[in-house]
Structures are given as C-alpha cells and as structure tokens.
Design a protein around this ligand. Structure first.
Ligand code: GLY
Ligand code: MN
Length: 457
C-alpha cells in the first residue's frame, strides 16, 4: 500500500527528531542507474531504500532535502527534456524540478551540507561508542565528529526508524508474500523429475509477475540435488553468457529460495522438497529437524528476545539432531560453541526484511557486535521489537568446501563422525524460511499460506 502523505510526514518527523540537527542541510539522493561498462546501457535501477522509505518514490534522481534551521523538507524530482522524452516515458512528476536543487542549495551555501542516501560516503572506521541511545543526537553532539561519523549516525537514525515497519510497509510485505504464494503453489503443482531448474524458476517467477509483483526481490535460488549446498546458487551464477542448468532427478532435494517484491518491499521464502520419490530416512530426518528448529525459533520471535539467542537456540536444536543422526558427537551446546554445528549450518538464522531483502545492512554498524546501544539495536545482538519483520531460516547443508577442507577435518576430528558425513556428500541442503512479524502477542508468519510439502512431483 502506498503510504499516505500523513504517513510520509510522520516518517520524516520521526527521523528529524532522531537527528536533532540545528542548522545543517541534509540531502538524500535516490541515486542514478549504474552504467554497464563498455556500452550505452544501464543496470536495472532501484532507489536507495532510505529515499524510498521517506518519499515512496522510486525514480532515479529523486532527491529529498531537509533544512534543519526551519525543520522543513523539500522533495525534488526529475523532469525530462523533450529530446529525452522521444526515447523514454516521463518519470512520475514529484516535488520541485530536480534542476532547482542547485539553487535551493545555493541559498544555503554557508551551511554544512550532509549527503545521505546514494550520495553518502560512509566512514571507513567507526566513531567512538555513543553515550546514549539517540543516534542522530549523538552525531550532532560529537564536537569532533568527522563528516563520515555524521553520515554514519544520521544514516543509522533512519535505519532505526526503518527497523520496525508501519502498517503501509507490512501491507506491501503481505502483498509480496501473496505473489510468492502463487509462485510456490505453481511449483508444488508442476515441478517433477525431468524438468530443469531453469524451467521451474521460469514457471514460478511467471506466477509472481502474474500476481502483480513488478520484480523478484532477489535472484531466485532454484537448486536441485547437490546444488542445494551452495547457499546462493543462482541461474547464470556460473557464466552469464552460457548459463548451465541441471535436470531434476527423482529423489533429489529441490531447494527453492525465492520471493516476489511489492511496492519495493521484499518477501523471502525457502522451501525444500524431495521431487518424484518418497524421502530417504536421512532426508526425512533432516527435513523434520530443520522444520522443528524453524517452528521453535519462530515461537521465540517475541519482544525483548535478543536475536543472537534465537540464532543460538536454532543452532543447538540442529546440533542435537546431528548428534542423534550420528553425524556429530558431543554436547550440542559445546558443538555450537566450537563451530562444529556451523559446518552444517554456516549462516545466520535470519535477517530483517523490508525495502531490501537483507534489510538495514547499509549502515556498517549493523553488522558488528558492540556495546554501542545504536549498534546493538541494529546488529546481531538486537532486541526484537513489535513491528520488526525478520526471516527465520535454519538449514542443514553438506558443503564440499567446508567438509572437504583438510584443516577443518583435523580440527573437528573428534566432533564430526567423518565416515558418516562423507557418505552424505552430494546430499545438497535443506532450508526452510518464512517471514515473521514480531507483535505484542504471538509472532505472525506473513508467509504462512505457503505450504511446506516434504514431497512433490
Ligand atoms: N534469500 C537469500 C538470503 O536470505 O540470503
Ligand atoms: Mn533469507
């Protein structure tokens, strides 16, 4: 749902409040299409998410400016020349013509101008930890703050607003999830041994688009058999000129990680199925283990939970299952701490979802654990709050690059039952992923309408 002007005004007001600026000028640019080198063509354009959040406009060139002295925002949008309009349709006209931005800035030439969005230059090193939990304010109060530190802190202030979603945002994620449902339903009804991964991808994505999605939220992962052990296996990832694809065989695991986008918002769903045969004992055990880890950790997605703890809970559940199956030996909690479970579950349990599929990652803080309160809210130690949408996506994989690595085999000689594990090389991977809205009550699975069959075809 496109946010109303009132909702946009509220978003901007909350950001300005966090910034606590006095007389600076802030410019947020959506960006311009990136050129394809050696040609006169461009890569597909997507606006900087901070600008999309504050304007609900996605055209290249869209620029939002803020004058802190008077607390006023000004929106600028591109207008095309007649020559350009011969070739391209006009962007939706918004705000003042972009050409007038220069004059607007000229009237404020004696003030400090801070570029955010696509024009921002993030600092290479992080500023000292903030004393309070008011990132924008902290930035403004840092007498010695470098321009980079200011950019970081003002960007983090927007991130802290984007971290919880308002109703308009949640509505877009729901609509993205609905389009994804159509795609997965097509897979369940049509995928069968003898089809290629590519054919399945095309059929699924056609349903995303038919259901109203302008685009996919990220390159679809349609990985059969051993390919499921590459976490981000995508079509043409080998060679865009002559991409390979694989024909699905009866009994293969088929891991599909894909999501439609709507209104700029992503959905992100993974299902893993055995195609055209009943699951083997190991497939069934591990599939049910991953599902159980997912169900238990979805239930933990409640206000006040520390995300890192939810991740570790999933890792312990998966570790206990791997011990039960005879692939690991030892205490599951210790196996997690030593890193033995990460041989099979080498990624985080999930990530925030929103205007990008891995949302709120543009602020370097968000990836680093720290005592900084700003960081702790953005990063892996973040406390879950109502309004956050996070994926929950445990998985178990048999990854040659990890399992065949001599140093790791030696390091985990005791913890891993290598004879058993080596029998399962080529198994692929199992991941099950849903998009979860944290609420004041029970967590709501926004992708719950997408079935979880263990076998299709
Ligand atoms: N959808 C791919 C990922 O979350 O990394
Ligand atoms: Mn994901």
């Amino acid at each position: 749902m496109k946010p109303t002007d009132e909702v946009l005004a509220e978003r901007r007001a909350r950001v300005a409040e966090r910034w606590e600026l006095t007389d600076e000028v802030v410019v947020l640019r959506a960006g311009e299409p990136a050129g394809w080198s050696g040609t006169d063509q461009h890569h597909a354009f997507l606006p900087h998410p901070d600008v999309a959040y504050l304007t609900a406009v996605g055209s290249p060139g869209t620029t939002l400016a803020f004058d802190a002295a008077v607390g006023e925002w000004e929106l600028f949008g591109p207008r095309f020349t007649p020559e350009r309009l011969v070739w391209e349709q006009p962007p939706t006209p918004v705000g003042q013509p972009l050409d007038e931005l220069e004059a607007w800035l000229g009237q404020r030439s004696e003030r400090t101008v801070i570029e955010l969005g696509a024009g921002a230059t993030m600092p290479e090193t992080l500023p000292p930890p903030a004393a309070t939990d008011t990132p924008g304010g902290d930035a403004a109060k840092h007498a010695d703050a470098s321009a980079g530190a200011m950019v970081l802190r003002l960007s983090a202030a927007i991130a802290l607003e984007r971290i919880t979603k308002d109703d308009a945002e949640i509505d877009d994620i729901r609509q993205a999830a609905e389009a994804s449902t159509a795609g997965f339903d097509w897979v369940y009804a049509n995928a069968a041994p003898g089809m290629t991964e590519r054919e399945i991808q095309i059929g699924m994505e056609a349903q995303f688009y038919a259901a109203g999605a302008p685009r996919v939220a990220y390159d679809s992962i349609v990985a059969s058999g051993p390919h499921g052990a590459y976490l981000h296996y995508v079509y043409a990832g080998d060679d865009p000129l002559r991409p390979a694809t694989r024909t699905v065989e009866a009994g293969d695991l088929l891991l599909i990680d894909a999501g439609a986008q709507h209104g700029g918002y992503a959905s992100d769903v993974t299902r893993t199925m055995v195609v055209g045969a009943d699951p083997t004992d190991e497939q069934e055990f591990l599939w049910k283990l991953v599902l159980s880890a997912q169900q238990q950790t979805i239930d933990m997605c409640r206000p006040g939970k520390v995300w890192r703890e939810v991740h570790l809970a999933a890792a312990r559940i998966l570790g206990a299952g791997l011990v039960e199956l005879g692939l690991l030996r030892g205490d599951p909690a210790e196996l997690v701490t030593q890193g033995a479970v990460a041989l099979f579950f080498p990624h985080g349990l999930g990530h925030l979802l929103g205007l990008s599929v891995h949302d709120i990652t543009s602020v370097p803080y968000s990836r680093e654990p720290s005592d900084d309160p700003l960081l702790s809210r953005l990063g892996p130690n973040r406390l879950l709050e109502p309004g956050m949408v996070t994926t929950v996506e445990p998985g178990i994989y048999f990854i040659d690059a990890l399992l065949g690595d001599a140093a790791r085999r030696e390091q985990f000689a005791e913890a891993v039952v290598w004879e058993r594990v080596d029998e399962l090389r080529g198994f692929g991977g199992i991941r099950i992923e849903d998009d979860v809205l944290v609420t004041d009550g029970d967590p709501e699975v926004l992708t719950a309408a997408i079935d979880k069959p263990i076998r299709i075809g």
